[in-house]
Ligand binder design. Structure first.
Ligand code: TRP
Length: 334
């Protein structure tokens, strides 16, 4: 507990351009969780270097992402928005937890297998121990809840196993985190292939709406979205493209899928696509405007970065010094 609130931790990588899927599926919910929880939202740049990055691009995108967190509505004075690499405790605890994690456990991680296949020329040890760094992120702040997508659930399970293992040996050091299962975010699919998730790493730019796309681009991408030859606006699995459009419209307008179906009774896909595009524009426009404002205020963002790194370091050190004592590191001489 911090300030009588339960602690929440989550993070995102600044690789690729954030999509509408990232916003509707995660970020939008992060904002609503701020009232109830003491939130730590990290830009996990240490995770990003498990695959090769262009340094200038990584630096630029990390700052972008931090500004997007704020532009989306997370108050950086009340919540801790910070760069993972600015808080040394992440690396320190990750090393310790590496010694409490089995090769066999890491070998079972499906994301490692996927990424190793995708980056066959760079299967580095960091990629392998990526889930341990993620466990360190979470346990460092004694997080009670972690909002994660289904693709990160296996990593969260591992985090719980590591924490329990550690606690069994040393007593109650770590809070055992729960996945946040509240109102789950909308799962937004690719506009070009509705069997795939909308992804920031999709090579086809028409498949994803990026948070910084201008209105014309958004409208064009919506018009080009893949549908089907049924010709009726119904919300069902047999029409995945249309279903996805309804999901997007529903998430952006607050209407339920049923209401959307009724609204488009007897109307065609063209009209649906227009409405989807307009609703997306109206959601992203204020975010883009706030982002543009923030981008101009270098001093303010710099201060947020500094203050929050200090705040995160303060809380992480509490856990870390306890852990170090427990495992038998000698006390520092002061
Ligand atoms: N691995 C997560 C992802 O790629 C990002 C992440 C890093 C994270 N550390 C975390 C998410 C801790 C939740 C909690 O999506």
């Amino acid at each position: 507990m911090i300030n009588d609130k339960k602690v929440l931790f989550s993070g995102m990588q600044a690789t690729g351009n954030l999509t509408l899927g990232n916003y509707l599926g995660a970020l939008k919910n992060w904002v609503t969780l701020c009232d109830e929880y003491e939130c730590f939202y990290s830009v996990v740049d240490m995770h990003s270097i498990t695959v090769r990055q262009d340094p200038a691009t990584l630096r630029k995108r990390s700052r972008e992402l931090l500004m997007i967190y704020i532009a989306a509505g997370i108050d950086p004075e009340k919540n801790c928005l910070y760069y993972q690499s600015h808080v040394p405790g992440h690396a320190e605890l990750a090393w310790i937890l590496n010694c409490f994690t089995y090769m066999g456990e890491l070998n079972r991680m499906t994301q490692f297998k996927d990424k190793a296949a995708k980056h066959a020329d760079n299967i580095n040890a960091g990629l392998f121990t990526y889930p341990v760094l993620m466990a360190a992120d979470i346990l460092l702040y004694q997080a009670d809840v972690v909002p994660v997508g289904i693709d990160q659930m296996q990593h969260l399970e591992l985090t719980r196993d590591i924490a329990e293992r550690f606690n069994n040996i040393y007593g109650d050091v770590f809070t055992i985190p729960e996945a946040y299962v509240g109102k789950v975010g909308a799962k937004i699919m690719s506009l070009q292939d509705p069997s795939k998730k909308m992804s920031k790493s999709d090579e086809n730019p028409n498949a994803s709406i990026y948070l910084m796309d201008d209105p014309d681009t958004i409208m064009r991408k919506c018009k080009r979205a893949v549908t089907d030859s049924e010709g009726v606006v119904l919300y069902r699995d047999e029409q995945p493209g249309v279903k996805n459009l309804i999901d997007i419209y529903s998430a952006c307008s607050g209407k339920t899928p049923d209401e959307v179906v009724r609204e488009f009774d007897g109307r065609g896909y063209g009209e649906l696509k227009m409405a989807v595009g307009e609703s997306v524009v109206s959601v992203l426009k204020p975010l883009q405007e706030r982002h543009a404002e923030l981008a101009k205020d270098k001093a303010y963002i710099d201060r947020i970065i500094k203050d929050n790194a200090e705040k995160a370091t303060y809380y992480s050190n509490k856990t870390l010094s306890k852990v170090k004592r427990k495992i038998g590191y000698p006390d520092k001489i002061r």
